[in-house]
Design a binder for this molecule. Structure first.
Ligand code: NOJ
Length: 562
């Protein structure tokens, strides 16, 4: 396997609005980030993925960009940003910026021009269509509820927006659009950044003719996923981007790709095809959703499903592509509340989840707060929620006379994106040390117990466990490059697997429950000696590990030599 620095790195995601405020306006900012770089250095991460900091009217918290080459006022200035980059590099930390080019803001200069007239030179930068039978051009449903089409009175046509109506989709069919994007990417790369995380990048090519999606139940709007995910020209565009831009720099690239399968994942990440380094897939994030329905339709996780999905990706990409590994990001609920136990076993289960993920093959991503075991939040009042996806869903659902508000709130508590967006809990002072002002979204009230200051002082904290996992990855090639094999596929509590490289084997045993199941080592695993690499209960190294009763949410990683 080809060795690469980005395979050996651990990435930490910063969602700047919620990370650290420096000027008391209640909004995280770039100088706040600078003030916390030593903390990240101590954690040991190699790369920061910074969610968008570009100029934006913030309909979707910066994922609606009005100027790709300017910094959002609330976050600071270009000088602040340059200082931040320098300070990261001084500490040996690389910077991966967010690239959001499926859509812009409707306040971007291109769109302002585009909507003026049908013959404006920027008209074809976006996707405009006339009405069909007096209605929207097709029946696709927006990711944020309602139609993907918005009527514009000025020119009496509709424009396409897969996300909010303030996020019009760019028309990648237009070579001028692609050229502008490539130039903009070079603008940042030439400033010295180290890579891009590409927002819904597998949405940029749409099926010709933008046909109606199948609609057997006769709904008003239906998911148009099959018509814009992994579309007909996607590989052509990414190869062109590689040729024009990416190939000229030694960088890390990751494509956010809802709806991608391992076979497609290989097409995107096979090094010979010259597209991207890795993708964010979502299959493991869909396992607590009822099949065929949107994320708000809940279902408990069945552990064998998670094992099957993770294994499918581990084996599917082995030797052919490269995985990214994540439990959290700014769009997902907190993992310890989701697949762990955020009550009695919060610390144990947060560590178990970390070990289970970080021992797999791929580049691990840690989302801010995950390293201290931050949990989901339950705000009583819908007015405390800020996320457009949550609010649009709430408004749409409650407009229905038969709506059950409690059920809707339960879905929001379980799946809402604001779970990930409450401010980072730095200490137990007011607003968790995030701001001296009023935070744009309330702090999770559990900050008095769960905060970074406490975690740094406690050698048994989740923070120090993550630090150790990162360290182990740097010291053990097997964690990066070893092959993966699942054990005990059908077990409903235990997730166990091995990694193998040469005469070494890692044995990872994790308990996804508050129960005490018995682990029995399958016979095929032969070894002469063993040692414990890491565990979350200080397991006795001499204990028989071929047959033992696991403690609630226990995790053990052994290194075996044959
Ligand atoms: C994916 C981003 O992660 C999410 O936060 C955003 O709302 C959509 N793409 C649209 O940009």
């Amino acid at each position: 396997m080809n060795k690469k620095w980005w395979k050996e790195s651990v990435v930490y995601q910063i969602y700047p609005r919620s990370f650290q405020d420096s000027n008391g306006d209640g909004i995280g900012d770039i100088r706040g980030i600078i003030s916390r770089l030593d903390y990240l250095k101590e954690l040991g991460i190699d790369v920061v993925w910074l969610s968008p900091v570009y100029e934006s009217p913030n309909d979707d918290n910066g994922y609606d960009i009005s100027n790709y080459e300017a910094i959002m006022d609330e976050f600071g200035t270009m000088e602040d940003w340059e200082e931040m980059l320098q300070e990261m590099h001084n500490r040996g930390i690389k910077l991966m910026m967010d690239l959001v080019v499926n859509h812009t803001s409707d306040e971007h200069a291109w769109f302002v021009e585009s909507r003026k007239s049908k013959d404006n030179p920027y008209r074809d930068y976006y996707v405009w269509r006339p009405a069909k039978d007096g209605k929207e051009p097709n029946n696709w449903e927006s990711a944020f509820s309602g139609s993907t089409w918005e009527y514009d009175e000025e020119t009496e046509e509709y424009f396409l927006h897969i996300f909010s109506k303030k996020q019009p989709d760019l028309n990648w069919e237009n070579p001028k659009v692609r050229k502008e994007v490539y130039q903009m990417m070079k603008f940042w790369l030439d400033k010295g950044i180290d890579g891009f995380r590409m927002d819904v990048i597998n949405f940029i090519s749409k099926v010709d003719g933008l046909p109606d999606a199948e609609n057997p139940e006769g709904k008003r709007y239906v998911s148009g996923h099959d018509y814009f995910m992994n579309g007909p020209r996607i590989h052509e565009y990414l190869q062109e981007m590689h040729q024009e831009v990416l190939s000229q720099y030694d960088i890390i690239t990751v494509g956010e790709m809802p709806g991608v399968t391992p076979d497609q994942g290989i097409l995107y990440t096979d090094e010979d095809r010259k597209e991207l380094n890795m993708v964010f897939q979502f299959e493991h994030m869909d396992l607590d959703t009822q099949p065929g329905l949107n994320k708000w339709h809940l279902k408990p996780l069945y552990l064998p499903d998670l094992k099957d999905t993770m294994t499918k990706w581990q084996k599917g990409m082995e030797g052919k592509g490269w995985n990214s590994l994540y439990w959290n990001n700014h769009d997902q609920p907190r993992i310890v509340s989701r697949f762990g136990d955020d009550g009695e076993y919060r610390v144990r289960s947060a560590k178990m989840l970390a070990a289970c993920l970080h021992m797999m093959q791929g580049t691990p991503y840690i989302y801010q707060g995950e390293e201290i075991g931050m949990t989901n939040v339950r705000f009583k009042d819908i007015s405390d929620y800020k996320d457009i996806e949550t609010l649009n869903m709430y408004n749409e659902k409650t407009a229905d006379a038969e709506a059950e508000p409690e059920k809707i709130m339960h879905s929001i508590y379980t799946k809402g994106r604001d779970n990930a967006r409450t401010p980072v809990q730095w200490d137990n002072s007011e607003h968790a040390g995030f701001t001296t002002g009023t935070p744009w979204i309330a702090v999770n009230p559990n900050y008095t117990n769960i905060n970074a200051q406490q975690a740094l002082h406690d050698q048994d904290s989740v923070f120090h466990f993550y630090r150790k996992l990162i360290q182990l990855r740097k010291e053990n090639d097997i964690i990066v490059y070893g092959t993966y094999d699942l054990l005990l596929r059908d077990h409903e509590q235990i997730f166990a697997y091995t990694r193998t490289l040469g005469n070494e084997t890692l044995l990872v045993i994790t308990n996804f429950s508050s129960e005490t199941p018995v682990f029995k080592l399958p016979e095929q695993i032969a070894y002469r000696s063993k040692e414990i690499l890491i565990s979350n209960y200080n397991a006795d190294p001499e204990e028989n590990m071929e047959y033992f009763t696991m403690k609630p949410w226990e995790a053990r990683v052994y290194r075996l030599f044959s």
